[in-house]
Write a protein that binds this ligand. Structure first.
Ligand SMILES: C[S@@+](CC[C@H](N)C(=O)[O-])C[C@H]1O[C@@H](n2cnc3c(N)ncnc32)[C@H](O)[C@@H]1O
Length: 304
């Protein structure tokens, strides 16, 4: 009988462009509950399909890990929109020693390779895409996580304007813990739930905040939370989903914050000035105060 190896998938490749192997294990860090490609044993998978991320360091890391986990004779399909890294995939795969067969469909480049007997340069690509201590940020960070090598200007503005908070709170879309570091500087904060959809972000946040008050969770806030009666929520909500602008994401974050707060509890939010959050803030909160506006960002304090 033939030995059928398990298969894997990274992200959600469109079905009309690449077939996701049946029963494939999901490895995307952006899908809560998925497995860790870093921990998958070498040469253990027969087939992998990867919807490649746009960032170069992150994409090369994922491709290198995928090649490492592929069994001899196994096949790897890597695809991405042309303008989001797709046009570079073939060259990157060749650099790892692969013979590439490439097609182009619906603005995507789709590359298929068999595992080379000895992939080249994968250890370097894995090292480059792994967690690192960023001396300038003074934080552990992971290429691919939001704002992994700089402080987002919106978050910087919110940090400067945040008063010392107190009681039980949450940091929605916590990233690597930049805002949480400031929030936890207040000794009156009793606990802080940090939630993010990106496993890399929550792992870095946990490492960056060596504080028993910080409770880190890997979860999709769109599916709701069990948080209730909070004194405060702080957020710089996302407005992109899978690379495309999605304003409903930030609006969902605002509704979730209102559900989690006690009457009188406060939400501190920073957002790009052009984003239409005021209507949803006013419908979910008793009092909405624009606090400051600078460099294209706006900060609101909203009281439930
Ligand atoms: C604009 S970033 C802010 C990150 C961090 N607070 C900072 O200031 O650097 C928004 C964060 O929300 C996370 N995010 C996006 N969609 C999410 C969702 N559905 N549920 C939870 N977190 C999500 C992203 O991974 C990202 O880390």
């Amino acid at each position: 009988m033939q030995d059928t190896k398990p298969s894997g998938v990274y992200g959600a490749p469109p079905a009309e462009l690449a077939q996701t192997p049946e029963g494939a294990t999901q490895f995307s860090p952006l899908i809560p509950g998925s497995a860790r490609l870093e921990e998958q044993p070498e040469k253990s998978l027969g087939e992998i399909a990867v919807l490649a991320p746009p960032g170069t360091v992150e994409r090369r890391y994922v491709i290198a890990l995928a090649l490492r986990t592929l069994a001899p004779g196994g096949s790897l399909t890597v695809l991405a929109p042309k303008d989001k890294g797709g046009s570079r995939i073939a060259k990157e795969l060749k650099g790892f020693g692969c013979e590439v067969s490439e097609t182009s469909r619906r603005h995507h480049r789709i590359c298929t390779v068999m595992r080379p007997s000895e992939p080249i340069g994968t250890d370097e690509a894995i090292a480059e895409g792994s967690p690192r201590l960023d001396a300038a940020l003074g934080l552990w960070t992971w290429p691919g996580a939001f704002s992994w090598n700089r402080i987002d200007p919106g978050s910087a503005l919110l940090e400067q304007n945040l008063p010392p908070l107190s009681g039980r709170g949450a940091d929605f879309g916590c990233g690597i813990g930049i805002l949480a570091r400031t929030i936890l500087a207040s000794p009156k904060v009793e606990s802080l739930a940090l939630i993010d959809i990106d496993r890399r972000a929550v792992e870095m946040a946990a490492r960056n905040l060596d504080d028993p008050r910080a409770l880190v969770r890997w979860a999709d806030l769109r599916s709701g939370t069990d948080l209730k009666g909070l004194d405060f929520v702080v957020m710089n909500p996302p407005f992109h989903d899978g690379g495309a602008e999605d304003q409903s994401l930030g609006q969902a974050f605002i509704r979730r914050a209102a559900e989690a707060l006690r009457p009188g509890g406060v939400l501190w939010l920073v957002a790009n000035r052009h984003l239409p959050y005021e209507a949803v803030l006013k419908s979910a909160f008793k009092r909405v105060t624009p606090k400051t506006e600078a460099a294209g960002y706006k900060i609101y304090e909203a009281q439930k």
